[in-house]
Design a protein around this ligand. Sequence first.
Ligand code: SF4
Length: 307
Amino acid sequence: MEHLYPTYYRAFRCIAADCPDSCCQGWDVVIDSETEAFYNSVQGAFGEKLREAIFTDADGDRIFYLSEKKKCPFWGEDRLCDIYRELGEEHLCATCARFPRITMDYTVFTEHTLALACPEAARLILTTDNAYTAFADIAVKECGDYDAAIMRRLLDARDRAADILTEHIPLFQRLEKLLHHAAEWQKKLTGYTPEGAEGVSSLFAALDYINENDRVKIARAAEVQPDFIRREKELTNLALYWLYRCLLGAIGDLDVTAPIRFLIASVGVVANLAEECGDIVAAAQLYSKEIEQSYENMERLWDAFGA
Ligand code: SF4
């Protein structure tokens, strides 16, 4: 089985106390049962603190209580993890141990990437060129989970999309061309041409946000026509990131329109956020943390952008 990695994957190192945001703030941390069983065996005051910090949420997951400022209770004043310090790295729960590494399992091959919501991962994703050369010409064997012929068509479409995104023409022209091709791929795949998606700004305004200020920022960024000329290199790397992160998901619903429209809308919003804050890495990371890491938000965008 092939396991494919972008070139930035192995360069990642958590920058811990130097992180400008932190995965220890704003998100629920789901504790796997094996880790919780170990935490139940920890003696002393720290063991008590661990057990008191875990509860069952509305989805039935075992998670840590967050503080009023939505911080993990084990995130110390020095911005380092108390569990890591007290028990060692091997006793982090699977959620913390894995983040920001992501595995996409397509049964006969796996693809790996990093979550853009991590500031250090975002820096690598946006500044590494030619990161996906290993992902071309993947040979797909028959398997029981999906139709291998459709997967091959999706991979061909993705290779073509990557070619378009790296052409030597202005980025807005590449994105227009990509949208045009996506309509053709959709027609070949399902026999129908997607209708236009409307009201992008109101769509973003209605999503769920960790921080209410981000709702205003992102909805405003979705309103304005983006300037793709500045920061073209980073925006191209961002578009490629979402191409490799999302397009093969169409093996489940045969919808190639939603991932391409999501990619184009997202690159536009991040371009405008970067204009506002002057930092493309911070803009992409904020957008990903608020939008891409939320299952509910992504579901709503897929419904709105889909064919
Ligand atoms: S967000 Fe990334 S760099 Fe920051 S603390 Fe978490 S893993 Fe480390």
